[in-house]
Design a protein around this ligand. Structure first.
Ligand SMILES: O=C(O)CCC(=O)C(=O)O
Length: 271
């Protein structure tokens, strides 16, 4: 798939129409999340998988895309890729996908105005990759940047209950955090709802806001379960992407013991 050509992005008044239909919009308003099955047709989903392979094969260059690794839970002594972040500036295909075209317009619809990319990452969850404790993304210090974010989870590989698909809260939309920053949600904080396994196919998208509790289990199968996460805020709330990644590079160096401790204690990186 070539990078899409730049369509005119919607302004506030036009943001009510777009790729998401009224039923999907109503579901998002009710729950804070909605699944858009087959949002990307197979050819586009295959292109996203091919770009991911390209990115994985690239040598790491200091100051460019960031590759994080973790210990495999199933193979002692084996390090596996946990995630890659900050790759849009170095990959025109991903850059076009996340900033323009149907996906960006859907995010405009959900945010009710023009959106701005906050961060991008691919979680690899390779064979033996760890799960993620229940959390709301906003808990990861995101309030420093804005009060609301919407993430598009784009399925690269099939995500199943066996390989650690997302589990989403079946509670009506939460207006704020239900636990403190930087700590997974406790059983008491989650007393009013369950987390529902939500398998996805390549090309499916789950849109969810930064207050939706979610989690996932480890991948105990033999194959990777890669998912692309694109997180946006309203442009009115500022463009924070560069600051976010430079603060993250400074505060969570990939090789430091603090970084590893954080990953382990929260069960996730930073939302
Ligand atoms: O990829 C997963 O399994 C979950 C990721 C997640 O919850 C996060 O990055 O906040």
């Amino acid at each position: 798939m070539n990078a899409p050509t730049r369509p005119t992005r919607m302004k506030d008044a036009e943001a009510l129409s777009g790729p998401l239909d009224p039923r999907q919009m109503a579901e998002y308003r009710r729950m804070g999340w909605v699944v858009a099955r087959g949002f990307f047709p197979p050819a586009e989903a295959q292109a996203i998988a091919a770009w991911t392979d390209e990115l994985t094969a690239r040598p790491e260059v200091p100051g460019e895309h960031m590759v994080y690794r973790e210990d495999s839970l199933t193979e002692a002594g084996r390090r596996v890729i946990q995630r890659i972040e900050n790759f849009c500036p170095y990959h025109p295909g991903f850059d076009g996908l996340v900033r323009e075209g149907r996906l960006a317009r859907a995010i405009d619809q959900l945010l009710g105005g023009e959106a701005c990319l906050f961060k991008e990452k691919i979680n690899f969850k390779e064979a033996g990759g760890a799960g993620f404790e229940p959390h709301q993304d906003q808990q990861a210090g995101w309030s420093t940047y804005a009060d609301l974010f919407v993430t598009a989870l784009v399925g690269i590989d099939r995500a199943t209950m066996e390989n650690g698909c997302l589990e989403m809260a079946n509670v009506t939309r939460l207006p704020g955090m239900i636990g403190p920053e930087w700590r997974p949600l406790s059983a008491a904080e989650m007393a009013g709802f369950d987390l529902v396994p939500t398998p996805t196919e390549p090309g499916d998208v789950i849109f969810f806001d930064s207050y939706v509790p979610h989690a996932s289990k480890p991948n105990l199968t033999k194959d990777a379960r890669r998912i692309l996460y694109l997180t946006y805020n309203r442009l009115d709330d500022g463009d924070h992407r560069q600051r976010y990644f430079s603060e993250k590079r400074a505060n969570f160096p990939r090789t430091s013991s603090e970084s590893r401790a954080w990953n382990t204690s929260f069960g996730c990186d930073d939302g």
